[in-house]
Every structure is written in C-alpha cells, then in structure tokens.
Design a protein around this ligand. Structure first.
Ligand code: PMP
Length: 367
C-alpha cells in the first residue's frame, strides 16, 4: 500500500494518533459517567486554551459557520448596528449571516492582502453608535493576520462588543481573550484545535452573556439559542448528565485529548512553534522566488501561507505535482485571485518534518 499523503491544507489538518484513537473507540452513552467527565474537562480546558478564565465555553455539534452563527444569533437583535471588518471571504460571510438576524451592517473591506487600517476602524467606531464589531483573525482565503490585541482595545475604548472569528487561528495564533478584552472567540475543531471536523466551539465573556441575558426579543434561531445550551454546558461542567440535543460523543472525547496535548505543550510554546514554522516555510518559498498575498510580513498569518504561483507555472499542474509527491495542498479561495495563488496550512501538530516534506514536494513539482 502506498504511503498516505500528508494533509497540508488550511483545515482539516493532520491529527495526533491519540486524538484519532478516541474517534474509533466504541461510542458511550451521552450520559455515561466517563463521557460526562470528558465533556466537563473539555469545557474547563477550553478556558485555558482561549486564555479566558471567566469565559463561558460552548461545545456544539457543527462547523465553524455554526459557531459564527451562534454568536450572531444570541447577540444580535433587529436593527442593531454592527461593524464587520473584513480581510477576505469569511468577513463577507459574517456580514451576510448577521443580516439574517436583522443587523444593520456597516462593512469595512480591506484591500486584498492587507488589513483595514486601525485608524479607519477607529474613525468608524467613533462616528457610529455600534453595538458590536466582528473581525476575522486569520482570513483563510488571504492568510492575512489581523492585530487582535489592537482590535480588542478599540472595542473596549468604544464600549462595543467584539467577536473574533478564530476558525483559522485559535490554538495557533496568539489570542489572550480576556486580557485583550475580546468578548466572543469562535472556532471549529478541524484546524489548530486538532480534532476532525464536526465541532463548533465558542467562548463568550461575562459581558457578552449579560448582553444576551438582557435581550428584548427572543433568539431567532432554535438550535443556536444559548438559553437551551447554557444549562447543558453548566450541567456537564458540574459533572451532571443533561440533554438538549445529542452531543457528538467521540468528537468531544477527541477534543478532550487534543486540548490536553495543547496544554501540555503550553500556549506560549505553541504560539512560538507556529510562528517559527510559518517563518521557515515562507523563507523557503521566498527562496524559490515566490511572493505572497499578504502585502507585508506584519500581516502574515502563522497558521497558513498563501503564495502566488511562480511566473509561467500552471496552478493546477503544480497542485497535481505536489500531490503526486505525497503532499496535499490547497488552491486559491478568494474569487478575484483564485487562479493566481495556492494555500498551505501549517497548524496544529505541524512539525519541522511536515514543513520539510511539503517544501520538498513543492520543489519536486516545480522541477
Ligand atoms: N471562518 C474562517 C476564518 C474559516 O477559515 C472558516 C473555514 N475555512 C470558516 C469561518 C467556516 O468554518 P467551517 O467551514 O468549519 O464552517
């Protein structure tokens, strides 16, 4: 049998064997004591990974889009003023999503490969009576990294709730949710969190929970409603059985394992490893003469890289060649630039060996 190819797309990624082992264990009852313990521990560890000691974690079956939806459904009421700061494809998604709940959205779009300047964001916050702002920490379509700390500070300064789309950043890029004053950080399991696709993960601040509690209108989405989910999270964390909708038992046990591994490594070491390997990969691509969608080093993500195809290289052929050399990478996603660039994910358990194998496969394909 030929060796399995290395999965280096920006999610799903390679997962640790001990995480995969949890996926193949016989499924427990969702009220079995061993599962209650796993669920409770996973919730507790989320606070540590998110660096949000007083945050309220939610673990729900679904993808990252559901995590975005959960935050929007619970915090938006019709006609609320919302600022969506977009650095690519997923910012547009958030604007569309929030409009479904009646949000009055102002959309700030960056130039391709850049962030929206902080002064522009600040001027907008100062001029409008915003309730909430969203930003994509790493937009997976452009590999642009937004300064989350600065965004959190602006949201605090103007007393605006903030939602960070961390689907491509949580557990890879540095996020200190509580210290940086970010109200909601949403993600999914299949990227740097290191669990197969299927979990929507959210941590909400006390302030966000209070805004939700004081809503004047009911939450316009049944499955997302925190009034149905909060008692479940509280029960499992209190090590009591509970039921609203059947939890994905094996995925949650896999999450418990992955969060353990993340915390064993330590958040600071983990952020640094992602930074170091991303730099290493970009240096190798630069040496091959490639340039990147992000316009400067300061806005380059550490969880993925988006290089332009070298001149005279056919994108489809390059991707095919890299695949034939044993590594799966991804094509472009941003509609206007789709055929001009490719994307390589390097997050989660990514190692020096993974980077070396990927670089070598790209070199082989270029030849
Ligand atoms: N936001 C970002 C930044 C993403 O990268 C993605 C997925 N690539 C999503 C949201 C949506 O997540 P999902 O595909 O899990 O619904």
């Amino acid at each position: 049998m030929s060796e399995r190819k290395l999965l280096m797309i920006p999610g799903p990624i390679e997962f640790d064997p001990s995480v995969m082992e949890k996926m193949s264990q016989p499924t427990l009852s969702h009220v079995a004591p061993a599962f209650i313990e796993s669920f409770g521990r996973a919730l507790e560890m989320m606070r540590e990974v998110w660096l949000a000691p007083s945050g309220q974690p939610f673990i729900v079956a679904g993808s990252g889009t559901l995590a975005m939806d959960m935050a929007g459904a619970n915090l938006i009421e019709p006609n609320d003023k919302v600022l969506v700061i977009s650095t690519g494809y997923f910012g547009e998604r958030y604007a569309e999503l929030l409009k479904r709940y009646g949000a009055n959205v102002t959309f700030l779009q960056s130039e391709v490969g850049d962030v929206v300047p902080l002064e522009t964001v600040e001027a907008e916050l100062a001029s409008g009576n915003y309730k909430l702002m969203t930003f994509t920490h790493v937009d997976t379509s452009t590999s642009v990294l937004v300064d989350a700390k600065a965004m959190g500070a602006l949201a605090q300064k103007y007393n605006v709730l903030s939602i960070l789309d961390g689907v491509c950043s949580v557990a890879g890029e540095e996020i200190r949710q509580e210290e940086w004053g970010i109200d909601v950080v949403v993600t999914a399991s299949q990227k740097a969190v290191g669990v197969p696709p299927g979990l929507a993960l959210v941590v909400a601040s006390e302030k966000a929970m209070n805004v939700w509690k004081n809503r004047k209108t009911p939450v316009g989405n049944y499955y997302c409603d925190w009034s149905l989910w909060l008692p479940i999270m509280q029960a499992y964390e209190g090590r009591k059985p509970s039921y609203f909708a059947t939890p994905p038992v094996n995925l949650i046990q896999a999450l418990e394992r992955s969060l353990e591994l993340i915390l064993e490594e330590g958040m600071d070491s983990r952020f640094l490893r992602h930074k170091r390997l991303a730099q290493q990969f970009r240096d190798e691509m630069s040496e091959l003469g490639m340039t990147f969608i992000p316009k400067s080093e300061a806005v380059q993500a550490n969880t993925l890289t988006a290089p332009y195809y070298p001149k005279d290289v056919n994108g489809g052929e390059l991707l095919g060649g890299v695949g034939a050399a044993g590594v799966i990478i991804a094509g472009g996603l941003l509609p206007s630039h789709k055929t001009l660039y490719f994307r390589v994910g390097h997050m989660g358990i990514v190692s020096d060996e993974h980077i070396e194998r990927t670089v070598s496969a790209i070199k082989t394909a270029l030849k």
